[in-house]
Design a protein around this ligand. Structure first.
Ligand code: F0G
Length: 353
Protein backbone atom coordinates (compact mmCIF):
# COMPACT_ATOMS: atom_id res chain seq x y z
CA UNK A 1 0.00 0.00 0.00
CA UNK A 2 1.18 3.55 -0.73
CA UNK A 3 2.21 5.40 2.43
CA UNK A 4 -0.43 7.92 3.50
CA UNK A 5 -0.59 10.71 6.06
CA UNK A 6 1.74 13.66 6.31
CA UNK A 7 4.19 12.09 8.78
CA UNK A 8 4.72 9.12 6.47
CA UNK A 9 5.04 11.30 3.43
CA UNK A 10 7.13 14.16 4.80
CA UNK A 11 8.90 13.00 7.96
CA UNK A 12 12.43 13.91 6.77
CA UNK A 13 11.22 17.48 6.31
CA UNK A 14 9.51 17.77 9.70
CA UNK A 15 11.22 18.82 12.89
CA UNK A 16 9.80 15.91 14.86
CA UNK A 17 11.80 14.18 17.62
CA UNK A 18 12.70 10.50 17.25
CA UNK A 19 10.66 9.66 20.34
CA UNK A 20 7.41 10.63 18.60
CA UNK A 21 4.94 7.79 18.10
CA UNK A 22 3.04 8.45 14.86
CA UNK A 23 -0.72 8.83 15.30
CA UNK A 24 -2.39 9.30 11.92
CA UNK A 25 -5.79 9.27 10.27
CA UNK A 26 -4.20 9.53 6.81
CA UNK A 27 -4.65 13.30 6.76
CA UNK A 28 -3.28 15.56 4.04
CA UNK A 29 -2.99 14.89 0.29
CA UNK A 30 -6.04 17.11 -0.14
CA UNK A 31 -7.16 18.09 -3.63
CA UNK A 32 -5.98 21.21 -5.43
CA UNK A 33 -9.02 21.97 -7.54
CA UNK A 34 -8.91 24.32 -10.54
CA UNK A 35 -11.87 26.73 -10.65
CA UNK A 36 -11.54 28.43 -14.07
CA UNK A 37 -15.13 29.71 -14.23
CA UNK A 38 -14.88 31.44 -10.87
CA UNK A 39 -11.47 32.82 -11.87
CA UNK A 40 -12.96 34.36 -15.02
CA UNK A 41 -15.65 36.06 -12.92
CA UNK A 42 -12.98 37.61 -10.70
CA UNK A 43 -10.51 38.85 -13.33
CA UNK A 44 -9.27 37.94 -16.81
CA UNK A 45 -6.15 35.95 -17.57
CA UNK A 46 -5.17 34.19 -14.36
CA UNK A 47 -5.26 30.64 -12.98
CA UNK A 48 -7.09 29.90 -9.74
CA UNK A 49 -6.95 26.75 -7.63
CA UNK A 50 -8.68 25.86 -4.38
CA UNK A 51 -6.70 23.86 -1.82
CA UNK A 52 -9.67 22.02 -0.37
CA UNK A 53 -8.64 21.37 3.22
CA UNK A 54 -12.17 20.37 4.21
CA UNK A 55 -11.24 16.95 2.78
CA UNK A 56 -9.11 16.12 5.81
CA UNK A 57 -10.38 13.37 8.18
CA UNK A 58 -12.20 15.68 10.58
CA UNK A 59 -13.11 18.20 7.89
CA UNK A 60 -10.50 20.89 8.42
CA UNK A 61 -6.79 21.68 7.97
CA UNK A 62 -6.25 21.27 11.71
CA UNK A 63 -5.62 17.55 11.21
CA UNK A 64 -2.23 18.26 9.61
CA UNK A 65 -0.98 19.96 12.73
CA UNK A 66 -2.76 17.63 15.09
CA UNK A 67 -1.22 14.42 13.77
CA UNK A 68 2.23 15.87 14.52
CA UNK A 69 1.36 17.48 17.86
CA UNK A 70 -0.37 14.35 19.17
CA UNK A 71 2.43 12.07 17.91
CA UNK A 72 4.98 14.14 19.82
CA UNK A 73 2.79 14.33 22.93
CA UNK A 74 2.19 10.58 22.93
CA UNK A 75 5.89 9.89 22.44
CA UNK A 76 6.78 11.87 25.55
CA UNK A 77 4.10 10.11 27.53
CA UNK A 78 1.37 12.77 27.73
CA UNK A 79 -1.88 11.21 28.92
CA UNK A 80 -4.07 14.30 28.56
CA UNK A 81 -4.17 16.94 25.84
CA UNK A 82 -5.93 20.27 26.09
CA UNK A 83 -6.77 23.17 23.79
CA UNK A 84 -8.95 26.23 23.39
CA UNK A 85 -10.85 26.37 20.15
CA UNK A 86 -13.40 28.07 17.97
CA UNK A 87 -14.37 24.50 17.02
CA UNK A 88 -12.15 22.89 14.41
CA UNK A 89 -9.10 22.46 16.61
CA UNK A 90 -11.39 20.94 19.23
CA UNK A 91 -12.78 18.33 16.85
CA UNK A 92 -9.35 17.52 15.48
CA UNK A 93 -7.71 17.24 18.92
CA UNK A 94 -10.60 15.02 20.03
CA UNK A 95 -10.19 12.67 17.08
CA UNK A 96 -6.41 12.30 17.29
CA UNK A 97 -6.45 11.97 21.08
CA UNK A 98 -9.07 9.23 20.72
CA UNK A 99 -6.83 7.43 18.25
CA UNK A 100 -3.85 7.82 20.59
CA UNK A 101 -5.81 6.62 23.64
CA UNK A 102 -5.41 9.99 25.37
CA UNK A 103 -7.89 12.13 27.22
CA UNK A 104 -8.83 15.37 25.45
CA UNK A 105 -10.19 18.46 27.18
CA UNK A 106 -11.40 21.19 24.83
CA UNK A 107 -12.44 24.70 25.82
CA UNK A 108 -14.82 26.54 23.53
CA UNK A 109 -16.46 29.97 23.73
CA UNK A 110 -19.99 29.47 24.98
CA UNK A 111 -22.64 29.53 22.27
CA UNK A 112 -20.19 30.51 19.52
CA UNK A 113 -19.17 27.19 18.01
CA UNK A 114 -20.74 25.82 14.83
CA UNK A 115 -22.88 22.68 15.18
CA UNK A 116 -20.70 20.31 13.14
CA UNK A 117 -17.61 21.14 15.17
CA UNK A 118 -19.23 20.76 18.58
CA UNK A 119 -20.86 17.50 17.47
CA UNK A 120 -17.50 16.26 16.22
CA UNK A 121 -15.71 16.99 19.48
CA UNK A 122 -18.46 15.18 21.40
CA UNK A 123 -18.60 12.25 18.98
CA UNK A 124 -14.85 11.65 19.29
CA UNK A 125 -15.25 11.57 23.05
CA UNK A 126 -13.59 14.79 24.20
CA UNK A 127 -14.51 16.49 27.44
CA UNK A 128 -16.06 19.68 26.08
CA UNK A 129 -16.08 22.74 28.34
CA UNK A 130 -17.90 25.95 27.41
CA UNK A 131 -16.14 29.03 28.72
CA UNK A 132 -18.29 32.04 29.56
CA UNK A 133 -16.11 34.28 27.48
CA UNK A 134 -14.24 34.50 24.20
CA UNK A 135 -11.80 32.18 22.46
CA UNK A 136 -9.02 34.53 23.52
CA UNK A 137 -9.94 34.12 27.18
CA UNK A 138 -10.16 30.35 26.78
CA UNK A 139 -6.71 30.31 25.19
CA UNK A 140 -5.10 32.30 27.98
CA UNK A 141 -6.67 29.88 30.47
CA UNK A 142 -5.21 26.78 28.81
CA UNK A 143 -1.83 28.46 28.46
CA UNK A 144 -1.79 29.30 32.17
CA UNK A 145 -2.94 25.80 33.09
CA UNK A 146 -0.34 24.01 30.95
CA UNK A 147 2.43 26.22 32.38
CA UNK A 148 1.53 24.88 35.82
CA UNK A 149 0.66 21.26 35.08
CA UNK A 150 1.91 18.46 32.83
CA UNK A 151 -0.91 18.61 30.28
CA UNK A 152 -0.04 18.78 26.58
CA UNK A 153 -1.13 22.03 24.94
CA UNK A 154 -2.20 21.35 21.35
CA UNK A 155 -3.08 24.86 20.21
CA UNK A 156 -0.92 26.28 17.44
CA UNK A 157 1.35 27.81 20.09
CA UNK A 158 2.66 24.24 20.13
CA UNK A 159 5.43 24.30 17.47
CA UNK A 160 4.61 20.77 16.27
CA UNK A 161 1.24 22.02 15.04
CA UNK A 162 3.04 24.34 12.62
CA UNK A 163 5.39 21.55 11.55
CA UNK A 164 2.36 19.60 10.38
CA UNK A 165 0.48 22.50 8.87
CA UNK A 166 3.43 23.57 6.70
CA UNK A 167 2.98 20.35 4.68
CA UNK A 168 0.06 21.95 2.84
CA UNK A 169 2.60 24.29 1.21
CA UNK A 170 4.72 21.26 0.22
CA UNK A 171 1.70 19.61 -1.40
CA UNK A 172 0.80 22.73 -3.37
CA UNK A 173 4.37 23.03 -4.70
CA UNK A 174 4.52 19.31 -5.48
CA UNK A 175 1.30 19.47 -7.52
CA UNK A 176 2.01 22.76 -9.31
CA UNK A 177 5.69 21.97 -9.83
CA UNK A 178 6.59 25.13 -7.92
CA UNK A 179 5.15 27.82 -5.71
CA UNK A 180 2.08 29.77 -6.82
CA UNK A 181 2.46 33.53 -7.37
CA UNK A 182 -0.05 34.31 -4.66
CA UNK A 183 -1.69 32.38 -1.83
CA UNK A 184 -4.79 33.75 -0.11
CA UNK A 185 -6.16 32.33 3.13
CA UNK A 186 -8.19 33.22 6.22
CA UNK A 187 -6.39 34.37 9.36
CA UNK A 188 -7.67 33.80 12.90
CA UNK A 189 -5.15 32.82 15.56
CA UNK A 190 -2.55 33.21 12.79
CA UNK A 191 -0.90 29.80 13.07
CA UNK A 192 -1.78 28.67 9.58
CA UNK A 193 -0.38 31.61 7.62
CA UNK A 194 2.79 31.31 9.73
CA UNK A 195 3.01 27.59 8.92
CA UNK A 196 2.45 28.12 5.19
CA UNK A 197 5.28 30.64 5.11
CA UNK A 198 7.57 28.17 6.89
CA UNK A 199 6.61 25.50 4.36
CA UNK A 200 7.11 27.65 1.28
CA UNK A 201 10.45 28.91 2.55
CA UNK A 202 11.65 25.40 3.30
CA UNK A 203 10.55 24.14 -0.11
CA UNK A 204 12.26 27.08 -1.75
CA UNK A 205 15.51 26.43 0.14
CA UNK A 206 15.51 22.78 -0.93
CA UNK A 207 14.35 23.16 -4.52
CA UNK A 208 14.67 26.84 -5.45
CA UNK A 209 11.14 27.04 -6.75
CA UNK A 210 10.25 30.58 -5.69
CA UNK A 211 7.97 32.03 -3.05
CA UNK A 212 4.37 33.21 -3.19
CA UNK A 213 2.98 36.50 -2.03
CA UNK A 214 0.68 35.89 0.96
CA UNK A 215 -2.71 37.53 1.28
CA UNK A 216 -4.07 36.89 4.76
CA UNK A 217 -7.68 37.80 5.34
CA UNK A 218 -9.49 38.55 8.59
CA UNK A 219 -13.16 39.35 9.16
CA UNK A 220 -13.85 43.06 9.68
CA UNK A 221 -15.35 42.49 13.13
CA UNK A 222 -12.32 40.46 14.21
CA UNK A 223 -9.38 42.14 12.51
CA UNK A 224 -6.72 42.90 15.14
CA UNK A 225 -3.88 42.47 12.64
CA UNK A 226 -5.42 45.04 10.32
CA UNK A 227 -6.36 47.51 13.06
CA UNK A 228 -3.00 47.13 14.79
CA UNK A 229 -4.48 46.44 18.22
CA UNK A 230 -6.39 43.64 19.99
CA UNK A 231 -10.16 43.46 19.63
CA UNK A 232 -11.88 42.78 22.94
CA UNK A 233 -15.25 41.73 21.58
CA UNK A 234 -14.65 40.16 18.16
CA UNK A 235 -17.74 39.37 16.13
CA UNK A 236 -18.23 37.73 12.73
CA UNK A 237 -20.40 35.17 10.98
CA UNK A 238 -17.13 33.30 10.34
CA UNK A 239 -17.01 31.91 13.89
CA UNK A 240 -13.80 29.97 13.19
CA UNK A 241 -11.86 33.24 12.99
CA UNK A 242 -13.74 35.15 15.69
CA UNK A 243 -10.47 35.99 17.43
CA UNK A 244 -9.29 39.29 18.89
CA UNK A 245 -5.77 38.46 20.13
CA UNK A 246 -4.06 36.13 17.67
CA UNK A 247 -1.37 34.07 19.41
CA UNK A 248 0.91 34.20 16.38
CA UNK A 249 -0.07 37.66 15.20
CA UNK A 250 3.46 39.07 15.08
CA UNK A 251 4.73 36.15 13.04
CA UNK A 252 1.79 36.39 10.67
CA UNK A 253 2.43 40.07 10.02
CA UNK A 254 6.09 39.32 9.44
CA UNK A 255 5.30 36.46 7.06
CA UNK A 256 2.93 38.61 5.03
CA UNK A 257 5.45 41.42 4.86
CA UNK A 258 8.42 39.22 3.97
CA UNK A 259 6.39 37.69 1.17
CA UNK A 260 5.49 41.09 -0.25
CA UNK A 261 1.87 40.53 0.67
CA UNK A 262 -0.42 41.84 3.38
CA UNK A 263 -3.23 41.12 5.81
CA UNK A 264 -6.57 42.73 5.04
CA UNK A 265 -10.16 42.49 6.28
CA UNK A 266 -13.44 41.73 4.52
CA UNK A 267 -17.04 42.13 5.64
CA UNK A 268 -19.35 39.28 6.64
CA UNK A 269 -21.42 40.03 3.52
CA UNK A 270 -18.33 39.57 1.33
CA UNK A 271 -17.52 36.31 3.11
CA UNK A 272 -21.03 34.91 2.63
CA UNK A 273 -21.14 36.02 -0.99
CA UNK A 274 -17.90 34.13 -1.69
CA UNK A 275 -19.23 31.11 0.19
CA UNK A 276 -22.13 31.08 -2.33
CA UNK A 277 -19.78 31.53 -5.30
CA UNK A 278 -17.64 28.58 -4.21
CA UNK A 279 -20.73 26.44 -3.66
CA UNK A 280 -21.67 27.37 -7.23
CA UNK A 281 -18.50 25.50 -8.25
CA UNK A 282 -19.51 22.49 -6.15
CA UNK A 283 -17.28 23.49 -3.24
CA UNK A 284 -19.23 24.07 -0.05
CA UNK A 285 -16.89 25.49 2.57
CA UNK A 286 -17.55 26.97 5.98
CA UNK A 287 -17.76 30.79 6.09
CA UNK A 288 -14.21 31.40 7.39
CA UNK A 289 -12.86 29.33 4.52
CA UNK A 290 -14.32 31.74 1.98
CA UNK A 291 -12.55 34.74 3.52
CA UNK A 292 -9.28 34.26 1.61
CA UNK A 293 -10.93 34.43 -1.79
CA UNK A 294 -13.26 37.21 -0.65
CA UNK A 295 -10.10 39.17 0.15
CA UNK A 296 -8.69 38.51 -3.31
CA UNK A 297 -11.89 39.80 -4.91
CA UNK A 298 -11.74 42.91 -2.77
CA UNK A 299 -8.15 43.57 -3.84
CA UNK A 300 -9.15 43.26 -7.49
CA UNK A 301 -12.22 45.47 -7.08
CA UNK A 302 -10.15 48.18 -5.42
CA UNK A 303 -7.55 48.01 -8.19
CA UNK A 304 -4.84 47.01 -5.72
CA UNK A 305 -3.74 43.91 -7.61
CA UNK A 306 -3.29 42.85 -11.23
CA UNK A 307 -3.73 39.10 -11.49
CA UNK A 308 -2.93 38.74 -15.18
CA UNK A 309 -0.58 35.83 -15.84
CA UNK A 310 -0.62 34.79 -12.20
CA UNK A 311 -1.20 31.39 -10.64
CA UNK A 312 -3.21 31.83 -7.45
CA UNK A 313 -4.09 29.31 -4.75
CA UNK A 314 -6.95 29.95 -2.32
CA UNK A 315 -6.86 27.85 0.84
CA UNK A 316 -10.32 26.70 1.89
CA UNK A 317 -9.69 25.57 5.42
CA UNK A 318 -12.86 23.77 6.50
CA UNK A 319 -15.82 21.89 5.05
CA UNK A 320 -19.27 23.45 4.72
CA UNK A 321 -20.75 20.60 6.74
CA UNK A 322 -19.02 22.05 9.78
CA UNK A 323 -21.49 24.92 9.90
CA UNK A 324 -24.82 23.92 8.38
CA UNK A 325 -26.72 26.55 10.37
CA UNK A 326 -25.28 29.44 8.38
CA UNK A 327 -27.12 28.05 5.37
CA UNK A 328 -30.30 26.71 6.96
CA UNK A 329 -30.93 29.80 9.09
CA UNK A 330 -31.01 31.99 6.01
CA UNK A 331 -33.14 29.76 3.77
CA UNK A 332 -36.86 29.37 3.18
CA UNK A 333 -38.09 25.83 3.83
CA UNK A 334 -37.84 23.75 0.64
CA UNK A 335 -40.95 23.70 -1.53
CA UNK A 336 -43.47 21.02 -0.53
CA UNK A 337 -45.45 19.00 -3.10
CA UNK A 338 -48.08 16.26 -2.95
CA UNK A 339 -46.61 12.84 -3.77
CA UNK A 340 -48.05 12.87 -7.29
CA UNK A 341 -46.24 12.78 -10.59
CA UNK A 342 -48.42 15.53 -12.08
CA UNK A 343 -47.28 18.03 -9.48
CA UNK A 344 -43.67 17.03 -10.03
CA UNK A 345 -44.08 17.18 -13.81
CA UNK A 346 -45.28 20.73 -13.83
CA UNK A 347 -42.41 21.76 -11.59
CA UNK A 348 -39.72 19.93 -13.56
CA UNK A 349 -40.95 21.08 -16.96
CA UNK A 350 -41.42 24.63 -15.81
CA UNK A 351 -37.82 24.79 -14.53
CA UNK A 352 -36.54 23.40 -17.82
CA UNK A 353 -37.88 26.20 -19.99
N1 F0G B 1 -10.26 28.57 8.89
C1 F0G B 1 -10.85 27.73 9.75
C2 F0G B 1 -11.95 26.88 9.23
C3 F0G B 1 -10.43 27.67 11.09
O1 F0G B 1 -11.02 26.82 11.91
C4 F0G B 1 -9.40 28.52 11.53
C5 F0G B 1 -8.95 28.51 12.92
C6 F0G B 1 -8.82 29.38 10.59
C7 F0G B 1 -9.28 29.38 9.29
C8 F0G B 1 -7.72 30.31 10.94
O2 F0G B 1 -6.51 29.64 11.14
O3 F0G B 1 -6.12 30.31 13.48
O4 F0G B 1 -4.30 29.33 12.11
O5 F0G B 1 -5.13 31.62 11.63
N2 F0G B 1 -9.50 27.86 13.83
C9 F0G B 1 -8.99 27.70 15.20
C10 F0G B 1 -9.79 26.67 15.95
C11 F0G B 1 -8.81 28.97 15.90
O6 F0G B 1 -9.84 26.72 17.19
O7 F0G B 1 -10.35 25.77 15.32
P1 F0G B 1 -5.44 30.26 12.15
Amino acid sequence: MEPRGIINLYRPYLNLPDYAIPVSLQEGSTPLIPVPRLAAEIAPGFELYVKYEGMNPTGSFKDRGMTVAISEALGRGARTVICASTGNTAASAAAYAARAGQRAIVLIPEGKVAAGKLAGAVAYGAQVVQIQGSFDQALSLVVALTEKHPLALVNSLNPYRLEGQKTAAFEICDVLGGAPDLLCLPVGNAGNITAYWMGFQQYHQEKGTGLPRLLGVQAEGAAPLVLGHPVNFPETVASAIRIGRPARGEQALQAAEESGGEIIAVSDAEILSMQRSLAGEGLWVEPASAAGLAGLVKQVREGRIDLRGMRVVAVCTGHGLKDPDTITRAMDPPQSLPAEISALESLALQEQS
